[in-house]
Design a binder for this molecule. Structure first.
Ligand code: ADP
Ligand code: MG
Ligand code: MG
Length: 251
């Protein structure tokens, strides 16, 4: 479903190559994890896939169900079914969380050629999904992420994901800074969305999230490349031995 081939990316401002040939395929129904030391290019990969400014693709391709996503505007990527939960969710003062969610859901339905969701169906759906993430009614009424704690912001990202029902979900360090309970809620939200038709790319610095979101495949990224791919045992190996051995092995 998501197919990344030989992706090379540099910063637009500086002449600095960050991704140096990333190859990665995430099949429908699978959860792939990317781990790797700080500065290896994990967030850059998620930013480039989301269409954030400031990055230049110098070589390679990225497609979703065969469609070139790198050519799309960020909103077209979302309409195509790509969702990204960021390491640092943005605050949107003046826009109510509920209004934001409904607008996003309807924009996506429109892009798919579907009718708008009715107010009552939307309300029912958002309340049900918010409850499962322990997001209370008050948080739904407040401006998007404004004054939310770290854990609330991340849970809110997962709520957005649950409402949009994307084909391909990318989570960049959605666990960082979370206490165990908040992390479990995030994991629960992701697990509830696991589905044969949906793929996940879970980027995480630590193994502990992967105790709760059991990945099918684990990739290790270092210095702008995937240096190793394996099963869940690879995450345990990292936890035990760090990245140094893997880097040395590859070198
Ligand atoms: P990770 O998410 O794996 O920690 P990043 O993708 O955030 O790694 O960063 C990869 C490398 O690119 C790092 O060396 C980082 O300093 C550099 N980098 C990323 N974005 C920028 C930027 N906007 N300006 C300067 N350097 C950047
Ligand atoms: Mg980092
Ligand atoms: Mg990062």
């Amino acid at each position: 479903m998501l197919e990344i081939k030989n992706l090379h990316v540099k910063l637009e401002e500086e002449d600095k190559q960050i991704l140096k040939g990333v190859d990665l395929t995430v099949e429908a129904g699978k959860v792939h994890a990317i781990m790797g030391p700080n500065g290896s290019g994990k967030s850059t990969l998620s930013y480039v896939l989301s269409g954030k400014d400031g990055y230049e693709v110098t070589e390679g391709t990225a497609t979703l169900d065969g469609e070139d996503i790198l050519e799309m505007e960020p909103e077209e990527r979302a309409a195509a079914g790509l969702f990204l939960a960021f390491q640092y969710p943005v605050e949107i003062p003046g826009v109510g969380n509920m209004t934001f969610l409904r607008t996003a859901v309807n924009a996506q339905r429109k892009a798919r050629g579907e009718d708008e969701i009715s107010a009552s169906d939307f309300l029912k759906l958002v309340r049900e999904r918010a409850a499962s993430l322990e997001i209370d009614a008050d948080m739904l009424k407040r401006p998007v992420n404004v004054g939310f704690s770290g854990g609330e912001k991340k849970r809110n990202e997962i709520l957005q994901m649950a409402m949009l029902e994307p084909k391909m979900c990318i989570l960049d360090e959605t666990d960082s800074g979370l206490d165990v309970d908040a992390m479990k809620l995030v994991a629960h939200g992701v697990n509830a969305l696991r589905d044969q038709g949906r793929g996940f790319l879970v980027i995480t610095h630590y193994q502990r999230l992967l105790d709760h979101i059991k990945p099918d495949v684990v990739h290790i990224m270092s210095n702008g490349r995937i240096i190793k791919t394996g099963g869940p045992e690879l995450a345990l190996e990292v936890e035990k031995n760090g990245y140094a051995d893997m880097k040395a092995e590859v070198a």
